[in-house]
Design a protein around this ligand. Sequence first.
Ligand SMILES: [Cu+2]
Length: 194
Amino acid sequence: MMKSGLRTMLGLAGLGLVACSFPATAADVTIGDLVISHPWTRVTPPGAKVAGGYVTITNKGKATDHLVGGTAAIADHIEVHEMSMDGGVMKMRELKDGLEIKPGATVELKPGGYHVMFMGLKSGPVEGTPVKGTLKFEKAGEAEVAYDVAPLGAKSAGGMDHGTMNHGTMDHSKMDHGNMNHDMKMPEGQHGKH
Ligand SMILES: [Cu+2]
């Protein structure tokens, strides 16, 4: 967490981005009654047209809100999705009415569950380069976020520790896509139109 935050900060500083208009670290973002924590995504296989975005949202208010959409710089548009098992097959569907965030609730978007989906990728997420975007809520409005980029196949933002991981023995291109990248397991046609 600390490391990735520092990396993000250094990366942005290196690019000379204006920090005041955009969160320079993976710090929480507050909008209205909502606290948005640690947005992250992960590197996609070459040629992928979609990518999942993950984030934790806490509602500190007294009214239910809904995550209804947003934007991502690397994608044509984003959708709010739910993934679930249906007869032994992982399926995902768009939440047309948005993702409900009840008062007092913390909702975690993560691989295998709720996620935002970057549709029509213009370019894949690149490690070390946060993906800029917004998350739009029915009541709270639109918040600017920056997704940290985890390695291909990461199960969580902190799932792989670069400090101790041995890159020498690990070949990302040979990783088992079959059991970890839901984007590749989509039933034919579901996202094919993109
Ligand atoms: Cu999806």
